[in-house]
Design a protein around this ligand. Structure first.
Ligand SMILES: Nc1ncnc2c1ncn2[C@@H]1O[C@H](COP(=O)(O)OP(=O)(O)OP(=O)(O)O)[C@@H](O)[C@H]1O
Length: 595
């Protein structure tokens, strides 16, 4: 058998660099983070290996005129040999080996330094190691593929990396841009960082401060937490903050102080791993319903991907997600009991989103069920108020307005607006728990609960006189007695007509359509609307009596037809086919004949 000769795989560094540069990182700003992170790790290394060391500081400076950016540290520095072995060898770093001795180190892949070549057209590294402080070296490279190392003038122990930025990335030298980037990435870093002389991480996050010996008054602690939230997320003012401590995550969540709707998804969570911002938008760690929640958390157990801009979806991630969920629910409960003012603001701002949240989470439902309000024809009410106002039943409208609403308005009874986000399921759930009936207006079962049907000899005659085509006239008793009739469009027939229209075939997947049709087949779609005529109303009672007495009822009928048409014309759902002018002239005609 012939022996197979083993060959070495060739690495095309230029090609690899293009991939890394163009595809690994989402933004060139990440390169700045990588350099600051190396400075941090080098300081950590020196703290471990050089017992005499008491410093630790990172300086980022820029010169917009020359387009240069410099990151300096007073960390361990590198010897000549270390430059070759670690800095200039892709995939290898000193840091990885040291991680066993410290959980503060951030680097592990031996890749980050390459990002300097994405934003810099020339990179110079000047360094002196604490192991050989008198021998400083200067590394120079343009693309990272080739480099030179020379001895250089004496310098303090530590490293400075000087980048001449490419034309595309010169904006990174703008002091404000740079301060913004570094300030966000390094907000929680344990080593002080200055950008052009200004500290960017001087204030420790509030959860670290709680370990301090002097206990802070709760009001003061709340203020500090709000100030932190405001610093971290300038786009929204925070309404109140909630602590997170569990599942390997510590930090703060806050509710945004804006008016939100159910569809609002502005979840924003910044995740810091070992003090460095890793994922600016880890929204998936927050529950889907928390669209109005922002936060910043840190963790040592979450694992970054190689781009260090995302997190691996491992067990730690799941545990963190569960902990954040729990922190949100218990934090909201705490705000409800300890900060009544903030709580009423939370309810006012996020009522709609919380309706959905309550449906998604039983713990929240228990907390919120009594306080959340649903939109009704009488303004926003709690379900308890809706039920009390509805004589012990919850009325829900599935359309918009209509005669039914007019009737309820006349009675001053509230109808919940069932077409709005989460209202129907929330009301149903509440009522099921409290043993209360829900009446859905416009469905045949709903109508049966509201209109007490009566037998009437003149029903056929009334139908001829008042009902239009595809309207079913039903004699009934209902309140208020002043109302002679109510025209109720049949929502189920409406749905049936819509689904059975040919166009539906194109819009709805056929399996779903089939299912829907098997339901609509059970709906009797003969009538589009029901006209309930109130036999208790003085107008109808008088009309019927006059007819029984054999008197002429034409004028009265004309007037009633006109009123019916006018009522129908005022409602979006019933106005089709109503001739307003004809209705008005009907009134005029009746008045003229009466006088
Ligand atoms: N400022 C610095 N001071 C001292 N050593 C440095 C500095 N910057 C880089 N190095 C050395 O170069 C090595 C490679 O750096 P690089 O950023 O490529 O990878 P890393 O930091 O080890 O890992 P990662 O890719 O996860 O960031 C480091 O491990 C360290 O030994």
């Amino acid at each position: 058998m012939a022996t197979t000769e083993l060959q070495s795989t060739q690495v095309d560094l230029a090609g690899l660099m293009t991939v890394l540069g163009g595809h690994l990182y989402s933004t060139p700003a990440v390169a700045v983070r990588e350099l600051v992170q190396n400075a941090h790790d080098s300081i950590t290394r020196r703290r471990i290996e050089d017992p005499a060391f008491s410093g630790g500081r990172i300086d980022v400076t820029s010169d917009p005129r020359t387009g240069t950016l410099t990151v300096s540290d007073d960390g361990a520095g590198m010897t000549r040999e270390e430059i070759d072995r670690f800095l200039a060898t892709v995939g290898v770093g000193y840091t990885r080996g040291l991680r066993e001795r410290s959980d503060e180190l951030i680097g592990q892949f031996g890749l980050g330094f390459l990002s300097a070549f994405i934003i810099g057209e020339r990179t110079v590294v000047r360094t002196a190691s604490y192991q050989a402080p008198d021998a400083a070296h200067e590394y120079t490279s343009t693309t990272g593929e080739r480099y030179s190392v020379e001895p250089c003038a004496e310098r303090p122990v530590g490293t400075e990396v000087v980048l001449k930025l490419t034309a595309d990335h010169r904006e990174l030298a703008d002091p404000a841009v740079l301060a913004g980037i570094v300030g966000r990435y390094c907000a929680l870093l344990g080593v002080p960082v200055q950008v052009n002389g200004e500290p960017v991480n001087a204030d420790a996050p509030p959860w670290r401060a709680t370990g301090e010996a002097v206990a802070v008054h709760p009001v003061q602690a709340r203020k500090q937490a709000l100030a932190f939230a405001e610093r971290m997320d300038p786009s929204f003012r925070p309404l109140c903050t909630l602590e997170v401590d569990g599942g390997g995550v510590r930090g703060l969540l806050w509710l945004q102080d804006v008016l939100t709707y159910g569809s609002w998804d502005n979840r924003r969570l910044a995740v810091y791993v070992r003090g460095m911002l890793l994922d600016d938008d880890a929204r998936d760690l927050l529950p889907r319903w928390a669209g109005f929640v922002s936060g910043a958390v840190e963790s040592d157990v979450l694992t970054p991907t190689a781009s260090r801009e995302d997190l691996q979806r491992d067990d730690a991630w799941e545990a963190a997600r569960a902990a954040l969920h729990e922190a949100l629910v218990s934090g909201l409960a705490r705000v409800a009991s300890e900060q009544p003012e903030a709580w009423s603001r939370v309810l006012a701002r996020h009522n709609e989103g919380l309706l959905g949240a309550a449906l998604a989470d039983e713990g929240l439902e228990a907390l919120l069920a009594a306080d959340l309000r649903v939109p009704t024809s009488e303004g926003e009410l709690t379900v308890r108020e809706l039920v009390d106002g509805g004589d012990g039943r919850a009325h829900v409208g599935l359309g918009t307005g209509g005669f039914e609403e007019m009737r309820f308005r006349a009675l001053k009874r509230p109808i919940a607006t069932g077409t709005r986000y989460a209202v129907v399921p929330f009301v149903r759930r509440w009522c099921a728990r409290h043993g209360v009936d829900v009446v859905e207006l416009g469905t045949s079962t709903g109508d049966r609960a509201l209109f007490q049907r009566v037998e009437l000899e003149e029903a056929g005659w009334l139908a001829e006189q008042l009902a239009k085509e595809r309207q079913e006239l039903i004699p009934a008793r209902f309140e208020p007695v002043e109302m002679p009739f109510v025209l109720v469009p049949d929502r189920e027939a409406e749905l049936k007509a819509r689904l059975e229209a040919d166009a539906a075939q194109e819009r709805i997947a056929s399996a779903a359509l089939h299912l829907a049709r098997s339901h609509t087949a059970t709906i009797d779609g003969t009538y589009e609307a029901r006209l309930y005529v109130n036999v208790d109303s003085p107008a109808i009672a008088a009309l019927l009596q006059a007819r029984r007495d054999g008197r002429d009822v034409e004028v009265a009928l004309g007037l009633l037809r006109a009123v019916l048409a006018l009522m129908a014309a005022g409602e979006r759902e019933t106005r089709a086919g109503v001739d307003l002018l004809e209705a008005l002239s009907g009134v005029g005609d009746a008045v003229r004949r009466l006088l």
